[in-house]
Design a protein around this ligand. Structure first.
Ligand code: SF4
Ligand code: SF4
Ligand code: FES
Length: 559
């Protein structure tokens, strides 16, 4: 175990006889160092985003030191791997008889009062108590006394329930509310084997990051009311994607089965959200499964709506574009692009429309914005930290691709026209036709906006729901939700990430990308990576997107 002092800034440590190198400055503990070598050290209370308390004792290992002369001196007592730094010369045994005995004893202790709930527990299948019991525990219980039975706590939060008996008192949830959300709702009450997680009476855990305690709870103690008893987790399929609900662009897992989305979970991304996500994104998927979604293109005939086929709707739009092209080359047409569209969808829509009507005006569509970023952890009086010190930011800008869309529009048109500027153009009758993408399921047009749109001669709206558009539109065309899209979003920091479809489009609707792909006369199937290549070749700001795959964590544009 020699290292080149002064030249090589690597520490060499031995884990179960396997030498591994870690950077001297990486500040890894033994759990992390072992993970590098593909060796699991079981642990409960340690979480990479939280402080170290070393209380569960699940990660006890034998540790020693290798001297320069090659002799190894092992410490007589076991140490918690989560609290032991990976230093040069450290020798670690995770599978010695002593370490194995400690793992089995810890599990036996944790299971003393744990109920046999697996058949009815939401966590079964992704539970660290199950997994570790199987790998490191004893096959039989030696307990002869009655187990302690404690009531469940439905009042813990609007979105979370505590199955008190299942808790192993790792305190991850308590530390989360102290260190990440800063709201400190959760605490340990009582002591010893009577210790329980609870809240201060009347102060439930309802902060905007509360749902994360369900993810970080290593067992089935904290469960999501939204997901409770909906699916056994082994039936779920998982798709990597991006949350659309604000411009933080959290990396997510979409968990789905039989074309229904059941759960959204954060996916680790050091360049975007870290380990967590907010509850707006976590629970903001129900519109995807709604039976009220628009399922068929509709064409207005007087005061009645008539269903149209997709090819028929394509012909209607083509003829409409041709008639505008003949009168003014598109000067009277506004293409209102939603910041919920992917880069590829917006690009294809612009190319298809401008191919026939080259003077079409491009408008950045409706954007919800609270006007401030919600930063965490909160201070003692609920005050927000400045963004530079925030551990998590829920952006005020409630759209996933405002930045990407703006860069795209500016490539085609020097001045960025916004949704707020559009009414002036309509009132002056400079804009008489519009293609409006209303993809944000939570944006409801005001009376005033609807009145303004009613002055248009023709209006085509791509939308998930009717949302009052049937009063003013000429054509209503179903739009896809984020869980059905395939393309790229660019977040507020200029990070481009892949949005991948988890489920097939509702009622076999044509996704926007396919509609405009076909409208522009392209043959074959829409292929997002080749469209992304085209964008990267055409626009300097998107050059870094010229790759086959944007990877786990996305690609920074550097803008
Ligand atoms: S927490 Fe794990 S071990 Fe306990 S009942 Fe749930 S699935 Fe079973
Ligand atoms: S509820 Fe879960 S996260 Fe909280 S202390 Fe218990 S086991 Fe740990
Ligand atoms: S993970 Fe190390 S003591 Fe809990």
């Amino acid at each position: 175990m020699m290292r080149c002092e002064g030249i090589c800034p690597m520490a060499i440590i031995s884990i179960n006889g396997k030498d591994i190198e870690v950077g001297d400055q990486e500040n890894l503990n033994l759990i992390q160092a072992a993970q590098r070598a593909g060796i699991e050290i079981p642990h409960y209370c340690w979480h990479p985003a939280l402080s170290v308390v070393a209380s569960c004792r699940m990660c006890l290992v034998e540790v020693g030191e290798k001297r320069p002369d090659g002799t190894i001196i092992m410490q007589p007592r076991l140490v918690p791997a989560c609290q032991t730094p990976a230093r040069h010369g450290t020798v670690v045994l995770t599978n010695s008889p002593k370490a194995r005995a400690a793992q089995a004893a810890t599990l036996e202790f944790l299971l003393l009062n744990h109920p046999l709930d697996c058949p009815v527990c939401d966590q079964a299948g992704e539970c660290l108590l199950q997994d570790y019991s199987y790998k490191y525990g004893r096959a039989k219980s030696r307990l002869r006394d009655e187990k302690l039975i404690r009531p469940d706590k439905d009042y813990i939060g609007d979105q979370i329930v505590l199955f008190t008996d299942r808790c192993i008192m790792c305190t991850r949830c308590v530390r989360f509310t102290r260190e990440i959300s800063g709201t400190s709702e959760l605490q340990v009450i009582y002591r010893g084997d009577h210790a329980e997680i609870d809240i201060f009476p009347g102060k439930p855990c309802n902060n905007k990051l509360a749902g994360n305690v369900v993810d970080i709870c290593p067992v089935g103690a904290l469960c999501s009311k939204d997901f409770l008893y909906k699916q056994r987790v082994w039936f779920l399929k998982h798709q990597k994607s991006v949350c659309p609900h604000c411009s933080t662009g959290c990396s997510i897992w979409i968990d789905w089965n039989k074309n229904i989305v059941y759960r959204i979970r954060p996916r680790y991304n050091p360049q975007a959200n870290g380990y967590f996500m907010c509850d707006d994104g976590r629970f903001g998927y129900h519109h995807v499964n709604s039976r009220d979604r628009l399922a068929q293109p509709l064409s207005r005939h007087g005061s009645a709506w008539v269903e149209a086929g997709w090819r028929e709707m394509k012909q209607i739009i083509l003829q409409h574009l041709d008639s505008i092209a003949q009168s003014d080359r598109g000067q009277s047409l506004a293409l209102v692009l939603s910041p919920w569209l992917t880069l590829e969808e917006a690009w294809l829509a612009i190319l298809a429309v401008r191919a026939r009507c080259p003077e079409t005006r491009l408008v950045q569509g409706p954007l919800r914005d609270t006007g401030f970023d919600d930063t965490y952890p909160k201070g003692p009086r609920g005050e927000s930290p400045p963004s530079e010190r925030a551990k998590f930011i829920v952006r005020g800008e409630k759209a996933p691709n405002r930045k990407g869309l703006e860069l795209l529009i500016r490539h085609f048109q020097k001045d960025l026209l916004t949704w707020e500027q559009l009414p002036d153009f309509i009132h002056r009758a400079e804009i008489r036709h519009a293609y409006l993408f209303a993809c944000d399921p939570l944006y409801h047009l005001s009376e005033q906006e609807l009145r303004c749109l009613s002055n248009l001669d023709t209006l085509a709206v791509w939308t998930l729901f009717r949302n009052g558009f049937d009063a003013v539109a000429s054509w209503l065309i179903p739009a896809t939700s984020f869980a059905e899209k395939n393309g790229t979003f660019v977040n507020a920091n200029g990070l481009a990430q892949s949005v991948r479809p988890a489920i097939s489009p509702y009622a076999n609707i044509w996704p926007e990308a396919r509609f405009f792909w076909e409208l522009s006369g392209q043959t074959g199937l829409f292929h997002p990576a080749s469209v992304r290549y085209d964008i990267a070749r055409a626009i300097a700001e998107f050059t870094t997107l010229a790759c086959d795959d944007l990877g786990e964590y996305g690609v920074p544009l550097g803008v």
